[in-house]
Design a protein around this ligand. Structure first.
Ligand code: HEM
Length: 519
């Protein structure tokens, strides 16, 4: 860039040119300083406020911009049969997107090699306003009821006293939550450490609905399949090797691939089921701890996504990005999946705290379409989002003085009917272990070996009753699975006891030689 003709003068936030950015103003050159040092006080007090609270989960992340291109059909059928959402209708239609990838449990600078699900959150800036698809790399989740989420996250995060991670806390929770057995089977296999953010799948996990022009709905699950870059997971050993040298390998990989012009691409696929209870299945389709078998319910491609632009500023775009499961456009709807409904409150609630009341005014979060609301004020409001023809005095609706008016409905409303008692109950078809066994058997042998080793390594620090409960869960999933974990755990414990006794012996010898007392 030719900078010769540009004014590069440093100013403060008030636009005052700064002629000395090295010395504060003092009485004589040895001080004391004075309180009217406006430039210094403004600079330091802004610095003092540079951090916002990190996300309570998914704090560590990386992001990129790109576009989604629709195929205009779902599999071989016209997409309008199932949804009227405009972004999908025309083949070749492009919608800008922003994606944030993340790990889940640990803080903002934790190593990206840790065993953890990976977040895969996509914001589609559609002509009908924003749609957020807030997914993970794995297709299922630990729990099915949102009431358990804060406990689950507490158990997975470091101990509140020592601030140390301890697998006993995680397995204490999981052994008492058998529905987590399936997710644990994925997480402790190589699927729990994707090689990087480009070479992994994504999934909406929860069940949503698609609604067509006639107001008719189907159940859908969304999946992102990596295209040319392929998919790759790591064994624990491979991950440790990377972690010894680089704690930001996934951020670096994504950033550098995009800088080189090697843009990662994913195909968006959906699975579709009719909107009913499906008594023929041995699980409830609304249960997020379950896969929908891909042979029975095929993956139908609906479009592809290309990520081709790095953020210009990490904080403004990646840190302040706010995704939520409530952010849907016309033609997309919620299902009755309880976890989804619980999530939907949580995201915008935390974002009002984490980013601020007006988080949706920030460029990364604002839709790229017109916004005209009667919401006003609040901390850091910097635009009045009103229509150009709107009477500025009318910030309410209804009005006959030139205020905003409701839109015409774009199609028939989807109106599911309910008749049931208000209860606190589990889904009736829990089947906590069946699919965990299927998943175990579907792994390749090297994946099973890594799974067994990783489980034994984590379980060996747990109390015996927790180990026993976990082995019972794995045995319920598959006899061979339970037996192999049990055998590997016995070996790991024997090894630890041997190491413990030989190091105690070495310690005693050392004490003897130095002639020191140990008490
Ligand atoms: C982030 C809540 C389950 C994927 C978050 C955040 C909260 C949260 C509070 C932080 C958001 C922010 O600060 O902007 C919950 C609750 C859940 C749940 C209450 C269950 C009841 C899930 C599931 C998935 C998921 C099942 C995967 C499908 C994500 C992702 C992010 C996230 C990807 C990071 C978004 C970003 O990059 O900014 N979740 N979550 N969560 N959650 Fe969940």
């Amino acid at each position: 860039m030719d900078m010769d003709n540009q004014d590069m003068t440093l100013t403060n936030r008030q636009g005052h040119p700064i002629s000395d950015n090295q010395n504060i103003r003092t009485v004589g050159n040895r001080g004391p300083s004075t309180l009217e040092n406006y430039h210094y006080i403004e600079k330091i007090s802004h610095f003092d406020r540079e951090r916002i609270p990190e996300r309570v989960v998914h704090a560590r992340g990386a992001g990129a911009h790109g576009y989604f291109e629709a195929y205009g059909k779902v599999g071989n059928e016209p997409i309008a049969t199932y949804t009227r959402a405009k972004l999908f209708q025309e083949a070749g239609k492009q919608t800008p997107v922003f994606v944030r990838f993340s790990t889940v449990v640990h803080g903002g600078h934790s190593p990206e090699t840790l065993r953890d699900p990976r977040g895969f959150a996509t914001k589609f800036y559609t002509e009908d306003g924003n749609w957020d698809l807030v997914g993970n790399n794995l297709k299922i989740f630990f729990i099915r009821d949102p009431l358990k989420f804060p406990d689950m996250v507490h158990a997975f995060k470091p101990d509140p006293v020592t601030n140390l991670s301890n697998p006993e806390r995680m397995f204490d929770f999981v052994s008492n939550s058998p529905e987590a057995t399936h997710m644990i089977t994925f997480l402790f296999s190589p699927w729990g450490i994707p090689a990087n953010y480009r070479q992994m799948q994504g999934s909406g996990v929860n069940t949503y609905k698609w609604v067509n022009q006639a107001g008719k709905a189907v159940l859908v699950k969304y999946h992102w399949q990596p295209l040319k870059q392929g998919m790759k997971n790591l064994t624990q050993q491979e991950a440790e090797h990377i972690q010894a040298k680089n704690t930001s390998h996934a951020t670096q990989d994504l950033y550098e691939a995009i800088e080189r012009g090697n843009y990662p691409e994913w195909e968006l696929c959906v699975q579709i089921l009719s909107d009913d209870e499906h008594p023929e299945l041995d699980f409830d389709p609304l249960d997020p701890t379950k896969l929908w078998d891909h042979e029975q319910f095929p993956f139908l491609p609906v479009g592809k996504m290309v990520l081709n632009r790095n953020p210009e500023n990490y904080f403004a775009e990646v840190e302040q990005a706010a995704f939520g499961t409530g952010v849907l456009v016309d033609g997309l709807d919620f299902s009755d999946d309880k976890l989804l409904q619980g999530r939907t409150f949580s995201y915008s609630d935390t974002q009002r705290h984490r980013v601020g009341t007006n988080y949706l005014q920030l460029p990364i979060n604002a839709p790229k379409t017109r916004v005209a609301t009667n919401q006003r004020d609040g901390q850091m409001a910097f635009v009045v989002d009103r229509a150009s023809g709107q009477n500025p005095h009318v910030n309410y609706e209804p009005s006959s003085l030139g205020g905003l008016v409701e839109s015409a409905p774009s199609g028939k409303e989807h109106e599911p009917a309910y008749q049931a008692k208000l209860v606190r109950e589990k889904l009736s078809r829990t089947n906590d272990f069946g699919q965990a066994g299927d998943t175990y058997r579907s792994f390749e042998e090297w994946e099973r070996e890594d799974l067994i080793l990783n489980l034994a390594e984590a379980l060996k620090v747990c109390k015996p009753h927790i180990q026993e409960k976990m082995i019972a869960h794995f045995t319920n999933a598959d006899q061979d699975y339970g037996k192999r974990v049990s055998d590997a755990l016995s070996r790991a414990k024997a090894e630890a006891a041997h190491l413990g006794s030989s190091s105690a012996k070495e310690g005693a010898e050392l004490v003897e030689h130095s002639g020191q007392r140990t008490d």
